[in-house]
Each structure stands twice: as structure tokens, then as C-alpha cells.
Design a binder for this molecule. Structure first.
Ligand SMILES: Cc1cc2nc3c(=O)[nH]c(=O)nc-3n(C[C@H](O)[C@H](O)[C@H](O)COP(=O)(O)O)c2cc1C
Length: 166
């Protein structure tokens, strides 16, 4: 699958099989995040990989729409070195690359917003000054996975303007 096809076809996957994801594929996904760009190349992130079912289940209760974490083969908690706008942007880019790298290898993914980051930080021992607003679920898509009906994208003409706002 080339990059354009991966971008065109990727949809959020929230239902996974129980098949474990091989370590070398997990490494490739994490490495895609590591290779992401960042402001001034500060690489202001740490990625906490989670495979323990009890931890995945606990995390799944820390966001109102984070239930998919409970059934993931593994998750990655995205930790920002500090809690700033620039770092939030950087971490988001790393998340995008990890999800595209996963899809290219047949692994589905979905973002989980952590609504109660202090609880997640306590669970995982993340220092107070760092941010932990998002996690990513990963796993082989379940045969029951259906792309969400709310999906689809606006037409290019609806989101692109040239030269000026109007
Ligand atoms: C910042 C952000 C936060 C998100 N938080 C959640 C979440 O908490 N739970 C969830 O199931 N999906 C979450 N998503 C996934 C979006 O719902 C999904 O990307 C969007 O609906 C498009 O899905 P599609 O690619 O299947 O069309 C989040 C996505 C982003 C970019």
C-alpha cells in the first residue's frame, strides 16, 4: 500500500480481534512516531506502550469515548514533555504517522481522548508537568468492525481556499 492509498482508505477502527500484534510491527509503528517532525526538532514526546489488559481496561474508563482501548491489542499513550500548544501539535503529528504506519500493515487504530488526564498520569506514573490527553488503540480489525456512519469527508472545494478567505 502506498502512502496516498493509506491516507485515502484509513478509517478509525474501534473493534479488534484478539490476535496479538507481533513485536516487530509494534516497533515499526512506534518508530513512525519517533520519526515525526516537531517544532525546532525538540521531539517533545514519550510514547507509553500498553499491552496489559488490566491497564487497557482502566485507561478505557478515563475518557467518555475511550471504551475501544479495553479491546485493543495494545495502546500507545501520547505523553507531551510539557503542556503547550506547540507540543500538542507535535504529538498530534506523531499520532498521525503511527496510525498510517499501522494501517499500511493491516493494523487498525483509533484515538481515545483522555478526559481525566490526572487519573491516567497517576495510573501510569507520568510526571505532573507532562501532558497525557490522548491514547491510540491498535489491533487487527474485527470482522465486525464497520466504519462509523458519521465518517466520510467534506469535498476538497469545501475546505480549501486559495490566496484569501473570500
Ligand atoms: C483529537 C481527536 C480526538 C478523538 N477522540 C476520540 C475518542 O475519544 N473516542 C473515539 O472513539 N474516537 C476519537 N477520535 C476519532 C474520531 O472520532 C475519528 O477520527 C473521526 O470520527 C473520523 O473517523 P473516520 O476516519 O473513521 O471517518 C478522535 C479523533 C481526534 C482527531
Amino acid at each position: 500500500m502506498n502512502v496516498i492509498d493509506a491516507i485515502r482508505t484509513r478509517r478509525a477502527v474501534r473493534l479488534f480481534t484478539e490476535q496479538p500484534v507481533p513485536d516487530e510491527i509494534i516497533q515499526t509503528i512506534l518508530d513512525a512516531g519517533r520519526r515525526s517532525q516537531s517544532s525546532k526538532n525538540t521531539q517533545p514526546w514519550q510514547f507509553i506502550g500498553i499491552r496489559e489488559r488490566a491497564t487497557l481496561t482502566a485507561l478505557s474508563k478515563m475518557g467518555d469515548y475511550a471504551g475501544h482501548l479495553a479491546g485493543a491489542a495494545f495502546a500507545v499513550v501520547l505523553v507531551g514533555k510539557e503542556d503547550t500548544r506547540s507540543i500538542a501539535f507535535d504529538v498530534g503529528q506523531a499520532a498521525a504517522l503511527m496510525q498510517i504506519a499501522a494501517w499500511e500493515q493491516g493494523i487498525g487504530a483509533c484515538i481515545a481522548s483522555i478526559y481525566r488526564p490526572d487519573e491516567a498520569k497517576q495510573l501510569l506514573g507520568i510526571p505532573a508537568e507532562m501532558s497525557a490527553y490522548y491514547a491510540l488503540s491498535f489491533g487487527y480489525p474485527s470482522p465486525e468492525h464497520q466504519p462509523a456512519k458519521l465518517g466520510g469527508r467534506k469535498a476538497l472545494d469545501d475546505v480549501v481556499r486559495w490566496e484569501k478567505w473570500d
